[in-house]
Ligand binder design. Structure first.
Ligand code: ADP
Length: 362
């Protein structure tokens, strides 16, 4: 049975704002799912509807097969972690963590045992009696997680929980979060606008745009096989080239472009007659001097180097295609001939068709 199901879920706020439409999703027990999309695309609204803090305008939400659409938040088997942690600054760590258990009607002994165990797990025992506002960002984040988990929810909902942390601490906590989730086997639904977080942490990503689901897939699927133009532009670093005269051969799609005929895999969004765009990942392109005898790959583009820089083992080139558009190419730095390329040099860029995706425009 699925842990969580959203069936045609929609939300229209009283002021008429349509925040979420037709959201369908099934989450398996123990899955780590990320909602990823730009600010305002409806991620938090969806999370709040799952938690019960927001009414649903359309559709249904099921948790472990039970329709919870009309169940109040405190009766749902969910816990929510907020970006600002929502800790009580004047309460101690122990009181903050125990807060969620107060409504559960446990004896004080049972409550103390649960709080002690979770503080131990999160390395918070030595701070048990310290006020929450006397602790660092990373420690506060752990208190928030401990408070969410002490009630033993079936599903933990996390709303940009790492947003308030600096980059280094965020990496550390990201790793901890992933380990913790594996260890506990609890279903996590995580909201973020940062693709690195979604790609690095989750089993599946729901890419959202303007209240709609654009694509649901593993990090590899959404990265390597974008289903829509939005996903191709939002995730990774794709060159996007306009196509016309679309045709298909099985799963392959072909178009004419200003730079010649190109082909790649056909995405879900691409119906016959659609205006097609070619999406080419920066790191899947090969760049070579224009006179190279090995420049015989698929999807060849001619251009000149307009920018080049190398950081560590990664080289970045910008290649101008006849003044019409430029593409970013990412390479290794171990090829000396490549590293000798200078601004203004004529080059050929190519990309194997199995790394290229054709998506519908719009
Ligand atoms: P995200 O979490 O992706 O940033 P939200 O779910 O917070 O997006 O918001 C989705 C849309 O709903 C936005 O257009 C936002 O302005 C709107 N919205 C959010 N909360 C409310 C509210 N209480 N009343 C009216 N509109 C809201």
């Amino acid at each position: 049975m699925n842990d969580l199901e959203l069936i045609g879920v929609g939300k229209t706020y009283p002021d008429g704002t349509v925040a979420v439409s037709d959201f369908d999703l099934a989450v398996k027990p123990g899955e780590f799912v990320a909602f990823l999309g730009p600010s305002g695309c409806g991620k938090s609204t969806t999370l709040r509807m799952i938690a019960g803090f927001e009414d649903i305008s359309n559709g249904d939400i099921l948790i472990k097969g039970k329709n919870v659409s009309a169940v109040p938040p405190e009766k749902r088997p969910t816990s929510m972690i907020f970006q600002n942690y929502a800790l009580f600054p004047h309460m101690t760590v122990r009181q903050n963590i125990g807060f969620g258990l107060d409504v559960k009607g446990l004896s004080s002994g049972e409550k103390k045992a649960k709080v002690d165990r979770i503080m131990e797990m999160f390395g918070l025992s030595e701070f048990a009696d310290r006020k929450a506002d006397r602790l660092s960002g990373g420690q506060r984040q752990r208190i928030a997680l401990a408070r969410g988990l002490v009630v033993e929810p079936d599903i933990l909902l996390l709303d940009e929980p790492l947003g308030a942390l600096d980059a280094n601490l965020r990496r550390v906590i990201q790793n901890e979060l992933k380990l913790l989730q594996r260890e506990l086997g609890i279903t996590f639904v995580f909201v973020t606008h940062a693709q690195s977080e979604a790609l690095g942490l989750s089993d599946r990503i729901v890419v959202m745009n303007r209240g709609r689901v654009e694509q649901i897939g593993t990090p590899h699927e959404v990265y390597a096989s974008p289903a829509t133009e939005f996903v191709a532009r939002f995730i990774g670093s794709n060159a996007i080239i306009e196509g016309s005269n679309l045709s298909f051969d099985g799963d392959a799609a072909f178009v004419d472009t200003a730079f010649g005929r190109m082909h790649g895999r056909r995405s879900q969004s691409l119906a016959p007659g659609a205006a097609a765009l070619v999406a080419i990942p920066a790191e899947a392109m090969r760049i070579q001097p224009a006179n190279s005898s090995a420049a015989d790959g698929e999807n060849r583009l001619r251009g000149t180097v307009s920018m080049k820089h190398a950081v560590g083992s990664v080289g970045h080139f910008k290649v101008d295609l006849d003044g019409r558009q430029s593409v970013d190419v990412q390479t290794g730095t171990d090829n000396e001939a490549l590293m000798r390329l200078a601004i203004g040099d004529a080059v050929i860029v190519d990309c194997p068709s199995d790394r290229v995706t054709l998506v519908a425009r719009g």
